[in-house]
Design a protein around this ligand. Structure first.
Ligand code: 1CP
Length: 357
């Protein structure tokens, strides 16, 4: 049993005393202690691959802010690397895979994920679990099959991922085969984190919104459903969260993929999302991350508005609509977390009183 179980209760759409809050990229460059460790470790990947450092970085934001969940410090690109594509991070440029996929033959030759290749991820999760004890829940995560395919075909970051879209149009069967393989790899990666102590599992579909409806329907939805089905079988007690960027038009379809909660980006209106799917899934989000660059009064007004969209009803996990930006001031992050607690507690108290009456 986890002592602070607000986050897990909200994912199950149970009542809570206040709205749980955690932040995507709550560890990272906006924290001076992260930058100091990164300078000493030499590189981002060195930190990801060292379970002790990954554990330490996971804990850094928790020492500063009363967050309701920890998220393992790692990256979605550990899967392409484990599949043999070769990963590096180029300073000022982002991730680069040295052996991207460019043909059906290369897709067919892709091996199944060997969980042993991700031993360091499991070791990091075990270290965090041991450090947290039963105090706080830990989130394990992976990229969605589609978002991983984006990097694996493109070979790195891109504004539009045109190459992977072209491949999906040109060779739908080959692309479907790739996503089926990736769905197995994603499920295996999440399962090993659950076995190492993760209490909830999250899938990041960061680039799904770039795909035209026909491709999203044919490729993204079935591969997400496959991941959810595998995890329901293999780790039934772990709530599943799906974050999508630009996937607001797909909320109803995403709510039917088998995930327990949908993470929303900041372009989605929370009240409207709740009306569309709030009876079927919990919702996580979705403050504009740019508000952390705005004055406290603007943050407070936006938090009040988001909380009011739920009105103390069960099923909301407060978060940003995407990750904390490197330019964010930790003081503002602290103000945000404190404001969510201060403004949400009376809403939940009133909802409880209404339920009693
Ligand atoms: O020090 C640095 O410069 C590294 C910056 C950094 C960090 C802190 C990267 C490189 N990854 C991470 C950690 C990370 N990545 C976490 C940690 C846990 C937390 O949230 O605190 C998580 C969940 C991710 C997931 C991730 N990596 C996503 C999906 C979520 C999202 O942000 O949309 C994606 C797309 C990546 C790829 C990636 N890794 C790093 C960068 C800069 C990128 C994006 C590359 C691009 O622009 O395409």
């Amino acid at each position: 049993m986890i002592r602070n179980d607000r986050f897990l209760r909200a994912l199950r759409r149970e009542t809570v005393d206040r709205t749980p809050v955690w932040l995507m990229r709550q560890a990272g460059r906006y924290l001076p202690e992260y930058r100091a460790l990164r300078a000493r470790a030499g590189s981002f990947l060195a930190m990801v691959r060292d379970p002790e450092l990954a554990c330490e970085i996971t804990l850094q934001p928790l020492r500063r802010f009363p967050l309701d969940a920890a998220i393992l410090f790692s990256d979605i690109l550990v899967i392409p690397e484990a599949l043999g594509l070769g990963l590096d991070f180029v300073e000022g440029e982002g991730p680069r895979l040295s052996r991207p996929l460019s043909s059906r033959a290369e897709i067919e030759a892709l091996p199944a994920l060997d969980p042993a290749a991700l031993d360091y991820v499991a070791a990091a999760a075990r270290a965090v679990r041991a450090a947290l004890g039963d105090e706080l829940p830990l989130i394990g995560f992976a990229g969605s099959p589609l978002t991983l395919a984006c990097y694996m075909v493109e070979g790195g970051a891109s504004a539009d991922f045109a190459r992977v879209r072209a491949l999906a149009h040109a060779d739908p069967e080959g692309f479907a085969a790739l996503l089926a393989k990736l769905a197995d790899a994603v499920a295996a990666c999440l399962r090993l984190q659950a076995e190492a102590g993760a209490d909830a599992l999250m899938v990041f579909d960061t680039w799904g919104g770039l795909f035209p409806p026909a491709l999203y329907r044919r490729h993204a939805l079935p591969s997400l459903a496959a991941v959810a089905a595998a995890l329901r079988r293999e780790c039934p007690a772990r709530p599943l969260i799906l974050f999508g960027r630009g996937t607001g038009p797909w909320l109803e379809a995403l709510a039917a993929t088998g995930f327990d909660a949908l993470g929303l980006d900041w372009t989605v209106e929370l009240a409207a999302a709740r009306a569309r799917v709030g009876e079927r899934v919990a919702l996580q989000g979705n403050l504009d991350p740019a508000l952390l660059l705005a004055p406290p009064a603007a943050i407070e007004a936006a938090v009040a508005e988001l909380l009011a969209a739920y009105g103390g009803a069960p099923g909301h996990v407060f978060n940003l609509g995407h990750g904390v930006m490197p330019e964010a001031d930790p003081e503002r992050v602290s103000f945000l977390v404190e404001t969510v607690a201060r403004l949400s507690a009376p809403l939940h108290a009133r909802a409880a009183a209404r339920a009693q009456a």
